[in-house]
Design a binder for this molecule. Structure first.
Ligand code: GLP
Length: 268
């Protein structure tokens, strides 16, 4: 895996948006007709990256006309038009502002009459478009990815999950600080759905992610910390700000700084 350390969340967003644009543009140079398939997260972390991608799209540096997206997760039982549904989040913060075709946007339906079928169909759809080229992810303070909480099966696929108490507490800030308003269940892509992507890009900013970053980068590859799967992915990268790496040992930070020049040359 690779680790990029930028000075603050703004620079994390600039770096990430340029990297995503680069991958998309490179893909279309080689396969002009084939859609680029992008996995996307919600949460506060990717917001600035979406803002930067919108800017790049508006100035013509990247187009989403032939991009197909799959979102990671959605709450169960929250109406799509609810201000905190991930449908509302994605359209309001990203899709409404770029040149993506609405039929190319995929978000799990947390109100589907048959939730298990909804999950199976989602996996089939990902397969039908040839798999995900790049999965952009955030990480929870306990190391969860999407809604794959600690002890999730690392070979899991899209399914129904019960949210643990800590995640509901973390997310209650979006629900007026009221824990009772945070849904108890969600549909989520599985850990394996994420690691099947050809590229994996994990964002972590702020000190409340520092323990998750430490466990993911220096800890054991383990279902206790789902984000640790980045250790075994052939093309995984974590992009952090300085606060998110404050629990890493100096030796770890030195190592990733040493190889950073090489990474930058490879990528840009
Ligand atoms: C939620 C989402 C995750 C996200 C996490 C962290 O639980 N399901 O996909 O990574 O929150 O969110 P934030 O970026 O707001 O810290």
């Amino acid at each position: 895996m690779r680790l990029i350390i930028e000075k603050d969340p703004k620079h994390v967003a600039i770096w990430t948006s340029q990297y995503i644009a680069k991958l998309i543009n490179r893909h279309f140079e080689n396969n002009p007709e084939k859609p680029f398939v992008l996995g996307l997260p919600t949460g506060s972390t990717p917001l600035e990256t979406y803002t930067e991608l919108i800017k790049l799209n508006k100035k013509g540096a990247v187009s989403f006309k032939n991009v197909i997206t799959f979102n990671m997760d959605e709450y169960v039982g929250l109406p799509e038009e609810h201000p905190e549904s991930y449908h509302t989040f994605m359209w309001g913060n990203f899709f409404n502002h770029i040149d993506i075709k609405s039929e190319n946007v995929n978000i799990l339906d947390g109100n589907a009459p048959d939730l298990l079928k909804e999950c199976r169909d989602y996996e089939d759809k990902i397969k039908a478009v040839g798999g995900i080229d790049l999965f952009l992810c955030g990480v929870g303070s306990n190391g969860h990815i999407a809604f794959n909480e600690p002890f999730s099966n690392l070979a899991s696929r899209t399914r129904l999950k019960t949210l643990i108490h800590q995640t509901r507490i973390d997310n209650s800030r979006f629900f007026g600080g009221k824990l009772e308003n945070v849904p108890r269940n969600a549909l989520t892509v599985g850990v394996q759905t994420i690691t099947d992507a050809r590229h994996l890009l994990v964002l972590a900013v702020g000190e409340n992610k520092a323990m998750a970053v430490k466990m993911g980068v220096e800890g054991a590859y383990s279902h206790m910390c789902p984000i640790s799967v980045i250790q075994a992915h052939p093309k995984a990268m974590m992009v952090c700000d300085r606060k998110a790496v404050q629990e890493l040992s100096a030796r770890t930070v030195d190592y990733f700084h040493d190889i950073e020049d090489r990474i930058r040359k490879e990528i840009w």
